[in-house]
Ligand binder design. Sequence first.
Ligand code: SF4
Length: 336
Amino acid sequence: MAMLALDNLLKNPYETLRYADELRRKFVGDTVTFVVNRNINFTDICINDCKFCSFRNIKEFILSHEELKRKVAEALDFGCTEVCIQGGLLPNADVDFYVGILQAVRDVSKSIHIHAFSPMEVYHAAKNSRMHVEDVLKIFKREGLNSMPGTAAEILVDRVRKYICPKKLTTAEWEYVIKLAHKNGIPTTATMMYGHMESWKDRIEHIMLIKKIQQETGGFTEFIPLPFMWRNNELGKNFKGSSGFEDLLVIAVSRILLYPEVKNIQASWVKLGIKLAQAALYAGANDLGGTLMEENISKAAGATSGEKLTPEELREIIRVAGRIPKQRDTLYNLLE
Ligand code: SF4
């Protein structure tokens, strides 16, 4: 079935873009959403060695709880409704370490939405604490975790993972953590990092797995295709990323294959650049992500679109693209 879909979708890419736009209009209308959030990376020290990573062990920093609290306070001043917190895998980071981060945020704000810890980080915490993943998730939730980024997904095909991120969790392990999160009332996003060694068949396999999980749990808030950024990493020596047209096609194929299970398809302005993100709104996307305030991971890999947009800038970008801007929260409740 997947191969059939792949053939049909790629045979006439212009028709695929048009159809994705039509589905977007039918499903979510002309509203384009964004979230006012702040990214916080608490460390770049990592025991893993993903070949696409340009972020690991560059500055070798670990944020203190005081620095973390200062960043959360700044986020509140900026009007953020969410902090997105992720980091490298510190060798001995256990459940208490991650709980310390949650508590530090909660010391500053009881209400800000904490969107934190990838399935890889949850798995790492469980392993270091010799605990079951589900128990770890329950503790995180109790300590204030509201939702998780569905990162560390890269391409959910083990042949590809074995090459680009051999020490990361397998496809089955990623699915396992995500499903347990959803089961325990922790929604997640879903991501896909494409534009390196994977084929279109691999991308379709990835998207169809997301669709299958969503049919079972309904726990994904959105799907975010992320083009591979090739500078300053090992994978980039052999693969130079995707073309702009391919980026649009990935958005369109995602919209079509994930219809009607996944309502929101995000175009990442940091990765795509602002103008291509605007074009993606005509290829199936209905969300532009967040204000971010700071962004370290894509910047290290060569992204040049900046790391901060104000809510007003995001509104203007959406208006110029001919759409209606609306601020949302992390879970896609409209705030205006
Ligand atoms: S992508 Fe994440 S897990 Fe992989 S090396 Fe970089 S920081 Fe570590």
